[in-house]
Design a binder for this molecule. Structure first.
Ligand SMILES: C[S@@+](CC[C@H](N)C(=O)[O-])C[C@H]1O[C@@H](n2cnc3c(N)ncnc32)[C@H](O)[C@@H]1O
Length: 252
């Protein structure tokens, strides 16, 4: 890792970090931490990733600032490819690839990068990877089953899926559709499967075994969360009550 007083482009690290609008919260050392929208260390704990990635190849789909790519490398992965399209490709005027580039430089990382849409991915184009991260991306998909087909095609062993889940009041497979800003008032959100739809889609695209390492929270906890979001952000109470997040390890 570089010294925190490093100068690149003439500016101290602190200033370089502050000049970027971050999604990930990344600890650069020496008290410099990016002010990300996302509580990423917390998310990392929820993913229950293996302690060692020694010898594994890892693909991070929708990597944004690259926190999880750098973490896979830190845990010993032999090769890591970070990919993104919407954010890196200027789909959103507020963000870009600057955070990823700065962190990669700072950590002297060998993480590779490629700007590619998930629907363009295939084993032929980008190879197959032992472990694939599909974190916070599924609910942005207009065509979730198709996106999972592409993710499955590039996965050798394990796909780690972290996603919004919805329709938690229904046990049979169901997917909520968000044609507007129904989910978090963000028009880039398109779908929220319930747990049986998520597992069903993963089975359909060829995964055989599933570890639900973070199931949705019980109703009482979601009730408190929905109430808080109603009061703080005026999110509609009932839809929020049916919504949570979930993490699944899907094995080939
Ligand atoms: C909520 S962020 C999640 C970032 C990171 N994976 C995480 O979990 O912290 C969603 C990411 O998916 C990316 N994304 C959205 N649509 C995509 C697509 N069609 N192909 C590839 N990446 C996409 C966005 O650009 C963004 O970086």
């Amino acid at each position: 890792m570089n010294d925190t007083n490093e100068h690149s482009g003439g500016e101290p690290l602190q200033q370089q970090v502050e000049a970027i609008k971050w999604y990930h919260t990344i600890d650069f050392g020496g008290g410099v931490v990016s002010r990300g929208l996302d509580n990423t260390p917390d998310k990392l704990r929820r993913l229950k990733l293996p302690d060692s990635f020694a010898g594994k190849t890892v693909l991070d789909i929708g990597a944004w600032d690259g926190f999880f790519s750098f973490e896979a490398e830190r845990r010993g992965a032999a090769r890591v490819l970070a990919t993104d399209s919407f954010i890196w490709g200027g789909g959103n005027p507020w963000y870009g690839k600057g955070g990823f580039e700065l962190a990669r430089r700072h950590f002297n990382s060998k993480v590779l990068d490629r700007e590619i849409d998930i629907l363009e991915m295939s084993a032929e184009k980008i190879d197959r990877w032992d472990i694939v991260f599909f974190l916070g991306v599924l609910y942005h998909m207009k065509h979730p089953l198709l996106a999972l087909e592409h993710a499955a095609d590039v996965t050798k062993e394990l796909l780690v899926v972290e996603t919004v889940v919805d329709m938690l009041n229904i046990s049979r497979p169901a997917i909520a559709f968000y044609p507007g800003g129904e989910l978090s008032q963000d028009p880039s959100n398109w779908c929220g499967p319930n747990p049986s739809a998520l597992i069903g889609m993963l089975q359909t695209v060829g995964f055989k075994r599933f570890d639900v390492v973070m199931p949705p929270r019980p109703l009482a906890m979601r009730f408190v969360n929905a109430l808080q979001l109603k009061m703080r952000k005026n999110f509609p109470f009932l839809p929020q009550l049916r919504t949570d997040r979930m993490v699944v390890h899907a094995w080939k």
